[in-house]
Design a binder for this molecule. Structure first.
Ligand SMILES: CC(C)(COP(=O)(O)OP(=O)(O)OC[C@H]1O[C@@H](n2cnc3c(N)ncnc32)[C@H](O)[C@@H]1OP(=O)(O)O)[C@@H](O)C(=O)NCCC(=O)NCCS
Length: 170
């Protein structure tokens, strides 16, 4: 896979992780994380690589892991959601994590990871996807056609809920 930006092309591969892929990827990805929370991240990676209702995607470049994304079928709706939104989100998968190491950003890596959410959801017959984000609302709308659904407060920070509905083929 190659980035779409000709200014800064890098070659990278994305895999859907198996449990045995986690340890090495964790060593590469944890370097920019708050040491207090790395164990939470490792636990999440292990769960997402093991359980059938979710997936962990890992991006590698020259033998190192440089990015990850996670997706789950059914996550609890944000607490301020109205009933209509709660019902909608119950039917959709949720993108629950996305991070590219700082030195590899702006090269199209995240775009390819977000596409994996779509591929995974469609493979699992899930008709849409949702995300909650603090700062990337415009990005999801501009690059991936997500639709703004509402705002929610989480731990004193305002976050935005967005959805994307698939046109399911017959
Ligand atoms: C958000 C994030 C995943 C984007 O990763 P990335 O690999 O740099 O994104 P891409 O290169 O695929 O982005 C494609 C487009 O988004 C733009 N973009 C990338 N990062 C951006 C940012 N932080 N803010 C706004 N736009 C951004 C790129 O310039 C590019 O735009 P263009 O195609 O018009 O040039 C990365 O900045 C990151 O890991 N941030 C910290 C964690 C985070 O915020 N995760 C998202 C939580 S919802």
């Amino acid at each position: 896979m190659t980035s779409s930006n000709p200014q800064a092309q890098i070659h990278f591969q994305i895999i859907e992780a198996r449990p045995e892929d986690v340890k090495r990827a964790f060593q590469d990805l944890k370097k920019d994380m708050n040491p207090e929370f790395v164990h939470v991240f490792l636990d999440k990676m292990q769960r997402y690589s093991t359980k059938p209702d979710r997936a962990l995607f890992l991006t590698s470049h020259q033998g190192s892991c440089i990015a990850f994304a996670t997706v789950i079928n059914h996550a609890p709706a944000p607490k301020d959601s109205d009933d209509t939104l709660v019902q909608l989100l119950q039917k959709y998968a949720c993108g629950t994590g996305l991070m590219v190491l700082p030195e590899y950003r702006h090269r199209g890596v995240a775009v390819k990871l977000v596409e994996q959410w779509d591929i995974w959801a469609l493979k699992n017959n899930i008709p849409g996807i949702w995300v909650v984000t603090h700062q990337m609302s415009d990005w999801y709308q501009k690059h991936f056609n997500y639709t703004l659904q509402g705002r929610t407060m989480r731990k004193g920070v305002e976050k935005t809920s967005l959805t994307k509905t698939y046109r399911m083929g017959k």
